[in-house]
Design a protein around this ligand. Structure first.
Ligand code: ADP
Ligand code: MG
Length: 242
């Protein structure tokens, strides 16, 4: 049994079919990178996995359980799935450390001292411990994104979803965020990453999935997808972005 199984997932908004028969299995410790043009359904797919959207058809199994039918176990599933967005969405009126400790105190019921101690550990992990008392608007985009990653980690997720985490950053800030993501991958974190950073995909991904117009067009190892794409649409997309 895979950790996460997306089975025949489809999603429509009214008449607009955004996802069509998506099938993805993700093993524990695997890093899967999803690429594809704007509007191909990548964000919607991630949003279905963390229950921000309801699938129109199909099933999403986490450790064998259909997450769309969890009922009262939904909050505990949400805790296991962390998400990092393109826009970091930090709480503007909380300090960096408060951003990281808020959910663990509220949702995991950690005592304040424990949450702060662990929060500092996560900030250290992303290289942001010196900014623990700063407010988000005093940080660069790259620093805010690293805090957002620490905040996601503080909930002790079993899988992390990333939706174009570096797309909103100035080019010189991208590397620091990718370095944190590479470190997480090395430590065995299960990750589903939508990104246009092909260097990251080549170096870190176990598998690359190319989506277009709501379909998975092609998937394979980074060597297969970047070195020898079989589908014309994959080739055309890569020619545009590489
Ligand atoms: P991607 O992340 O690959 O750019 P999205 O998943 O954001 O693609 O969007 C896929 C398609 O679904 C787009 O045509 C988008 O306009 C549409 N879409 C996304 N969310 C909604 C929504 N809440 N209501 C209506 N249409 C949506
Ligand atoms: Mg998107």
């Amino acid at each position: 049994m895979s950790m996460l199984e997306i089975k025949n997932l489809s999603k429509s908004f009214g008449d607009l079919e955004v996802l069509r028969d998506i099938n993805i299995n993700i093993e524990r410790g695997e890093v899967v990178v999803v690429i594809g043009p704007s509007g191909s359904g990548k964000s919607t797919m991630l949003r279905c996995v963390n229950l921000l959207e309801r699938p129109t058809n199909g099933a999403i199994l986490f450790e064998g359980q259909d997450i769309t039918r969890l009922g009262r176990d939904t909050p505990s599933y949400r805790q296991k799935v962390g998400m990092v967005f393109q826009r970091f969405n930090l709480f503007p009126l909380k300090t960096v450390l408060e951003n990281v400790t808020y959910a663990p105190q509220r949702l995991l019921r950690l005592p304040r001292g424990t949450a702060h101690f662990q929060g500092m550990e996560y900030l250290r992990k992303v290289g942001m411990e010196s900014k623990a008392d700063a407010y988000p608007n005093t940080l660069s985009g790259g620093q805010q994104q690293r805090v957002a990653i620490a905040r996601a980690l503080a909930m002790r997720p079993e899988v992390l979803l990333f939706d174009e985490p570096t797309s909103a950053l100035d080019p010189e800030l991208v590397g620091d965020v990718l370095a944190v993501m590479k470190q997480l991958a090395r430590e065995g974190m299960t990750m589903l990453v939508v990104t246009h950073e092909m260097g990251f995909a080549r170096e870190v991904a176990h598998r690359v999935i190319f989506m277009d117009q709501g379909y998975i067009v092609e998937e394979g190892t980074p060597e297969e997808i970047f070195g020898n794409p079989r589908n014309d649409r994959t080739r055309a997309f890569l020619a545009r972005i590489l």
